[in-house]
Design a protein. Structure first.
Length: 122
């Protein structure tokens, strides 16, 4: 794994993934933290956006996936985001932390997070 990494933390979007029927109707907030491993050598020398990853695109894509998805499981939503991001051929490995900010579980005020790491198939 390359040691170069871009981290994007606190990507928030409203979505409709959840096991309960009301989660699919009312929706809820999700938060994503990403670790994106790639080779940043060229960008570090050239100072050109063309030699790196334009993370503005990544942020917008993650938000759009959350808004458009209606899965039962948080795990499936996280896997879908990882699958889409691996379409960026510059990325070697993706780490994703997907958090359901306020899960509708009685007597539970915490957060639920799923964490995945996916590598590009070679």
């Amino acid at each position: 794994m390359n040691k170069d990494c871009i981290r994007l933390n606190g990507i928030r979007s409203y979505g409709y993934t959840g096991l309960l029927p009301e989660e699919k109707v009312l929706g809820q907030w999700f938060e994503v933290d990403l670790a994106l491993w790639l080779d940043l050598t060229a960008a570090g020398q050239s100072d050109r956006i063309e030699d790196t990853l334009d993370y503005r695109q990544i942020i917008e894509q993650v938000k759009q996936i959350i808004r458009a998805s209606e899965y039962a499981l948080l795990e499936r939503l996280a896997a879908n985001i990882a699958e889409h991001l691996l379409n960026y051929t510059i990325l070697q490995t993706i780490g994703i932390r997907l958090t359901k900010v306020a899960a509708p579980i009685p007597d539970f005020s915490g957060r639920i997070t799923v964490e995945l790491t996916r590598n590009r198939s070679t």
